[in-house]
Design a protein around this ligand. Structure first.
Ligand code: MIC
Ligand code: SF4
Length: 644
């Protein structure tokens, strides 16, 4: 039987388990990436492992998220990251060099390799034919220490792309179509593998847009073949030597095959407040727009920005529209500038931001109250922009450009002009001078630690009786942005007690105080949730901060992959209702108890929860591998790992 691309790469990296969907496997990791907002915690945990040097082929630390630096905290973190990189043999991409996923695609990703990153959009590099997976910082630290990365062996869904996109329709519309088909929930444990004749029309940066937002579907990753267009992209990056061909066997088998005819896709938008709330741009036409943000790791390649520059040439942003431009990398910015497109965008009224995450994570450019903001980024969760009552729509660069001109939602096909031909040149100007390579001759430097940086707290072993209130009951699709907000709060990422004050800030601002009081009274906090709990960001802070506040269990209808793994890493039980109807019987404040917990966890998958307030009981499932059981019993991964 033939193999698909996912099976080929996994087989070459398998160190534990068997390649049968559902079972736990361990894979060797060739490359890791971190970014500054998750990186400090990852490296603090790596330091505690007492490993003298990273054991991967390549580990890169990016400074791209917290670059606003209001107050000393982020600057301290950056210094810490630079000193750690030098000491442990990690490549460092300095602030100003660009967003981790864009830069990794350009400079480091290699077909056939494995990559894990402490950022949920790490799958962007799947565009190059890699298995690239987002994970919590602790998992990345363990991979840097040379340990395998463990995951549920995925089932592979093939997405066949046929035909060719029509003018004014681009890669963003393709992934919005995929989100319309698959939605943001129910895809845990699957990988999207792209194929079909339509691929020959999609360049690597376009594939990267598609792979990037697979994260919004909740899949483990997305992967493309490595073909002539991959070779061409690597050649433009002066990295042709990194090319290998990678394709599925003709008789490869898939769990499901979905075919999308590219020629039938129209300009699409994800409406507030979820990336799968899809509508055609035409159906939204006329809605007044106050802000347009161009950039993020989804859509800020050279081609994306040149397309917009050409559409806007000779025109000026509509007076009602604040037009924000954040190029994805210094390379993109540099080449745009050399080719004259930057001047043209500025002439059109673009407000040029640093080439960093910026607006996407809400640490700048929050729109006005009640605004409609069109963004080329990947997430429109409530409050993520920094303005709670703003309406964020996710769109293609073409649709964004049309709104810059008209001040309204406009189908770009209705602009009275020819679709501009914007291609990436065969040769780009490459300048890696903001990439620091560690000098092996000088690894004795001190690690810099500013006052913002504190040792991460560690949990206690699992008690035999879990007893405490439902401290909060939330609904479906709760994202890690709901659990622990980013934006202006992100500067406390390296200071867990301080950051924990903001857990569920935008859902119930009293949560942190109430939870801490319960903890101090010796009671365990329990979170009750609906479907797809923990969507979105990989931030392990969404586990470690609740842990710090004394949360010991989450009972949900279903949990998302990265967040469930983070909960286990920090000793919080990820429990699933055996019967979803029991969710309805629970109220905030109900006192719950699970007795004989340690034995129950060690021997089985089913636990009984007594609702002391209501005098009832119900069953929950705990699906853990033997390795995960050991971690949960010990109170988290850190209590299991023996320092080397
Ligand atoms: C995001 O897009 O939500 C982030 C910010 O990049 C996160 C990482 C973080 O919270 O630091 C992610 O996607 O994992
Ligand atoms: Fe940065 Fe936004 Fe991409 Fe996250 S999604 S890595 S915040 S650009």
């Amino acid at each position: 039987m033939g193999k698909n691309i996912v099976e080929k790469i996994l087989a070459g990296h398998l160190v534990y388990g068997a390649l049968a969907p559902g079972g736990e496997i361990g894979i060797r990791i060739d490359q890791t990436l971190t970014q500054d907002a998750t990186g400090t915690l990852a490296y603090l945990q790596f330091e505690a492992m007492n490993v003298p040097r990273v054991r991967t082929e390549l580990s890169v630390s990016y400074i791209d998220h917290n670059t606003i630096q209001i107050g000393f905290e982020n600057a301290d973190d950056h210094r810490y990251l630079m000193s750690v990189a030098q000491k442990f043999g990690i490549v460092l991409s300095r602030a100003g060099n660009g967003i981790c996923h864009q830069v990794h695609l350009e400079r480091f990703g290699r077909p056939g390799k494995t990559l894990i990153g402490s950022d949920s959009h790490t799958p962007t590099c799947g565009a190059l034919g890699m298995i690239a997976i987002g994970a919590g910082g602790l998992d990345v630290a363990q991979a840097m220490a040379g340990e395998p990365f463990y995951l549920a062996c995925p089932s592979v869904v093939k997405i066949n792309l046929e035909g060719r996109l029509s003018p004014w329709v681009s890669a963003k519309d393709v992934i919005l179509k995929v989100l319309e088909i698959f939605s943001t929930k129910g895809n845990v444990g699957t990988v999207f593998e792209y194929g079909g004749r339509g691929l020959a029309t999609l360049s690597v940066p376009e594939r990267a847009t598609i792979a990037n937002m697979g994260a919004e579907c909740g899949v483990t990753t997305s992967v493309f073949p490595s073909d002539d267009l991959t070779r061409q992209f690597l050649r433009s990056q002066e990295r042709e030597a990194d090319f290998i061909e990678l394709k599925a066997d003709t008789d490869a088998v898939y769990a499901r095959v979905e075919t999308i005819d590219l020629s039938r896709i129209e300009p699409l938008a994800a409406k507030p407040h979820s990336p799968d709330n899809i509508a055609t741009v035409r159906s939204l036409a006329g809605i007044p727009v106050q802000q347009v943000c161009l950039g993020s790791c989804t859509n800020s390649s050279y081609k994306d920005l040149v397309t917009v520059a050409k559409i806007l040439k000779g025109r000026i942003a509509h007076p009602d529209v604040s037009f924000i431009l954040a190029p994805g990398s210094r390379q993109v910015l540099d080449n745009l500038a050399r080719d004259g497109y930057l001047a043209s965008l500025i002439a059109s009224g673009a407000r040029l931001m640093e080439n960093a995450c910026g607006f996407c994570i809400g640490n700048s450019q929050s729109p006005q109250s009640g605004a409609v903001s069109l963004r080329t980024s990947n997430r429109n969760f409530p409050g993520r922009s920094g303005t709670l009552d703003a309406d964020i729509y996710l769109v293609s660069p073409e649709t964004a450009a049309a709104a810059v001109i008209t001040g309204r939602f406009t189908d770009p096909r209705d602009l009275a002009m020819e679709y501009p031909d914007a291609r990436t040149p065969e040769k780009l100007v490459i300048d890696d001078s903001l990439i620091l390579r560690p000098d092996d001759a000088d690894r004795n430097g001190n690690i810099y630690r500013g006052p913002n940086i504190g040792a991460p707290p560690v949990n206690t072993p699992l008690p035999d009786t879990l007893a405490g209130p439902v401290t909060i009951k939330v609904g479906d699709k709760i994202t890690t942005d709901h659990i622990i907000p980013a934006g202006a709060r992100m500067k406390y990422r390296s200071n867990i007690p301080r950051y924990a004050e903001f857990v569920f800030e935008n859902v119930d601002a009293t949560f942190a105080r109430r939870a801490l009081a319960n903890k101090e009274a010796g009671r365990h906090n329990i979170i009750v949730a609906g479907l797809s709990y923990g969507q979105g960001s990989s931030r392990e802070h969404a586990a470690i901060c609740p842990m710090y506040l004394g949360v010991r269990a989450v009972i949900a209808k279903s949990l998302e992959r990265i967040h469930a793994a983070n909960l286990i890493n920090f000793g919080i039980l990820p429990l699933a209702f055996a019967d979803e109807k029991d969710y309805d019987t629970l109220g905030e404040g109900d006192e719950l108890e699970i007795a004989g917990l340690r034995t129950a966890v060690a021997v089985g998958e089913s636990l009984t929860v007594a609702n002391k307030t209501k005098g009832t009981s119900f069953a929950v499932r705990l699906s853990l591998s033997p390795r995960q059981k050991e971690m949960i019993l010990a109170g988290g991964a850190f209590n299991v790992r023996s320092p080397k």
